[in-house]
Ligand binder design. Structure first.
Ligand code: DP6
Length: 355
C-alpha cells in the first residue's frame, strides 16, 4: 500500500433530548458532570449528524474538520481530547500487530453535516461528538463498545455520551476522579415504549446567546438554587424517571420532564448575572401544553427546553391528534416544526477504502 492510500469510515449519530438535564461540571477538563442525567434518543430519520472520518499519509496540513460545509476548529481542548484517546487506542492495536497500517500517525480529516440547525439548543454538539467518536473508532477498527465510546464522546461534549445509545439513556455521573465511570447506559430500548413521540418546535434557528459550556459554569459558581438542584432535586427526578420509564407511566414521565426543565431554567434565572434561554414563544408553548392537558383531562403532553428557546414536546402516539392539532395555532410564531419518533438502535455503517 502506497502513501496515497486513503482510509475512510462514515457513520451517523442521533440527537438526544434530556428529560433530566445535565447542567454543571465538577471537572471542566475531563467534562465530568455535577449530576446524572437521562434522555430520549430521537430518530435519525429526523435529526442526526452524518460524519465521515478519513486519514492518509498523503494528507498535509494536519487534522481538519469541515462542519456543514465550513472549516471548523479542531485545536480546541475537547476535540483534541477525543482525537488523543482514539489515537492512543489505535496505537495500542498497531503496537500489538505491526502488520497494521499506522493510521494513528496520519492526519485526520472529518466532514460532518447536521440535518438541523447547529448550536440553536437542538443538541447539535451531542450528535456531532457522538458521530465523531464513532466515525474515528470505525476508521481505526477499534473494538469499542457504545459504553466505551460514550467515555470518549463525553470529553467532546457531555450530552454526546448519551447519543451512543438508542431509546432511553442515562448518563451516570460516576465518582472517580479520572472519569472512568462517568458514562452512558441504556435504561430501556425504544421498543420498550415505542409509542413515545417528540414534537420539536423550532422557535428560533439562531445560534444561542450563552453557550451551554459557559452558562453551566456560571450557574455552578453563582447559583444557590443550583446546590439544592444537584443535592436533592435531580437524584429524586432520576429515580422517579427511571421508574416511570420501566412502568411506561406517561403521567409520571411528563411531570418529571416538565419539573426538571423548570428547575434547570430556574437555576439559569438564579445565575448572576441571570441567563434566559426561553423567550415569549417558549412560554406560549408551555401554556399551550398546560391547556392541552387540561382539555384532555389527563397528561398527554410534556414540554422541555435545553439551552435555547426551542421547545420539545413529548407525547404518546395515540394522542397525536390532541397534541399536534393543538399546536397549530402557535405554529405561526415558530420557524418550523418536526415530529419525531424514538430511535431504536443507533446505527452505523463503516467502509475502509484503499485507493
Ligand atoms: C441543557 O453537552 O452542550 O442540553 O458538555 O459543555 O458540551 P458541554 O455541554 P452540553 O450541555 C447540554 C446541556 C443541556 C442539557 C442536557 O442535554 O442534558
Amino acid at each position: 500500500m502506497g502513501s496515497e492510500t486513503i482510509y475512510r469510515a462514515t457513520t451517523t449519530a442521533p440527537v438526544n433530548i434530556a428529560v433530566v438535564k445535565y447542567w454543571g461540571k465538577r471537572d471542566t477538563k475531563l467534562n465530568l458532570p455535577t449530576n446524572s442525567s437521562l434522555s430520549v434518543t430521537l430518530s435519525q430519520a429526523d435529526l442526526r449528524a452524518l460524519t465521515t472520518a478519513s486519514c492518509s499519509a498523503s494528507y498535509t496540513g494536519g487534522d481538519s474538520l469541515l462542519l456543514n460545509g465550513e472549516d471548523a476548529e479542531v485545536t480546541g481542548a475537547r476535540t483534541q481530547a477525543c482525537f488523543r484517546e482514539l489515537r492512543a487506542r489505535r496505537a495500542a492495536l498497531e503496537a500489538a500487530d505491526p502488520s497494521l497500517p499506522k493510521l494513528s500517525a496520519m492526519p485526520l480529516r472529518l466532514v460532518s453535516e447536521n440535518n438541523f440547525p447547529t448550536a440553536a439548543g437542538l443538541a447539535s454538539s451531542a450528535a456531532g461528538f457522538a458521530a465523531l467518536a464513532r466515525a474515528i473508532a470505525d476508521l481505526y477498527e477499534l473494538p469499542a463498545s457504545p459504553a466505551e465510546l460514550s467515555l470518549i464522546a463525553r470529553q467532546g461534549s457531555g450530552s454526546a455520551c448519551r447519543s451512543l445509545f438508542g431509546g432511553y439513556v442515562a448518563w451516570r455521573m460516576g465518582d472517580k476522579a479520572d472519569g472512568s465511570d462517568s458514562m452512558a447506559d441504556q435504561v430501556a430500548d425504544a421498543s420498550h415504549w415505542p409509542e413515545m413521540r417528540a414534537l420539536i418546535l423550532v422557535v428560533s434557528a439562531a445560534k444561542k446567546g450563552v453557550s451551554s459550556t459557559s452558562g453551566m459554569q456560571q450557574t455552578v459558581e453563582t447559583s444557590g438554587l443550583f446546590k439544592e438542584r444537584i443535592a436533592s432535586v435531580v437524584p429524586r427526578n432520576m429515580a422517579i424517571m427511571e421508574k416511570a420509564i420501566a412502568e411506561r407511566d406517561f403521567a409520571a414521565f411528563a411531570e418529571v420532564t416538565m419539573r426538571d426543565s423548570n428547575s434547570f431554567h430556574a437555576t439559569c434565572a438564579d445565575t448572576y448575572p441571570p441567563i434566559f434561554y426561553m423567550n415569549d414563544v417558549s412560554r406560549a408553548a408551555i401554556r399551550a401544553v398546560e391547556q392541552v392537558n387540561a382539555k384532555a383531562g389527563r397528561t398527554v403532553a410534556a414540554y422541555t427546553f435545553d439551552a435555547g428557546p426551542n421547545a420539545v414536546i413529548y407525547y404518546l402516539e395515540k394522542d397525536t391528534a390532541a397534541v399536534v392539532g393543538s399546536f397549530y395555532h402557535i405554529l405561526g410564531a415558530v420557524d418550523g416544526w418536526k415530529a419525531s419518533t424514538v430511535q431504536s438502535l443507533a446505527t452505523t455503517s463503516a467502509v475502509i477504502e484503499e485507493g
